[in-house]
Design a protein around this ligand. Sequence first.
Ligand SMILES: [Zn+2]
Length: 337
Amino acid sequence: MRAAVLVGAGDLRIEDRPAPQPGPGEVLVRVQAVGVCGSDTHYYEHGRIGRFVLDAPLVLGHEASGVVVQTGAGTLGPPVGQRVSIEPGVPDLSCPQCLAGRYNLCPAMRFFATPPVDGAFAELVAVHAAFAHPVPDGVSENAAALLEPLSVGIWACRKGRVTAGSRVLITGAGPIGLVCLQVALAAGATEVVVSDVNPARLALAQQLGASTVLDARTAQLGDLNRPPQVLLECSGYPPVISEAIRALDRAGRAVLVGMGGDEIALPLAVVQERELEVTGTFRYANTWPAAIALVAAGRVDLDRLVTGTYPLEQVEQALTASRQDPAAVKAIVAPQS
Ligand SMILES: [Zn+2]
């Protein structure tokens, strides 16, 4: 099979590799669509993300959908021919965090496209059968792939306890901000303000139902008519994080989704005086059922986020699409084309 292999920073090659064999409890998936994530672009450009360093060739891509073509020994399902969305992190399912239901915090997590685990920019991948989630026919291949970033949005809204009548501020209107927006609306939020510096992304946020969009180059988050109760921070930009926390209502909740500097200045007096809750998020747990249901019911539109599709041979163009075109939102790699 063909795979796009990152050999070093900026050095990506198409290689022929032996097809993976599904082990016991695994299924082999013919990959149909893979979303490009900012983390893929970061690995491609820098060869590392924080403590994760590329020290051997790595296949990128972790937002994937496809069709089951083979099942390993003892696999209960899904069957051959089933369309699936791949949940790209498989925990050990036996440590205290896993047993507590927080499997995203499993220290033994094996996650696609994170050294040393290969990802899905390939024609075939083997994955734990329970992490290959069946999707209904009405969900497109691209949308099935993008259930992964949608899961990030679902997890952020759960951490922020977004509910009916919530006032939400989303800073950053990239793919994650835009799924957070849609999930917040589906959860019943009645005011969702989205800020960004990119007019094309703000326009898309408006089309997707944002109550207000703010151009962060000129608008002040503190000038909102009513202070938001929940901040879903998706920019990772330290000055914005600080300003957005200051804009929160008393007893508000700040969910830090975006990845920026490892350390930032926190307005601690504001956090204390207003009894703010500040939390990080790390991936997600138990989100695929909700993600599938939201898309199947038409409450979340993931196909609207797709702005380009590329064959495996053009993975590098896909990885740099958002650098080249400010209107680009989500690039998809289609390994079979
Ligand atoms: Zn575990």
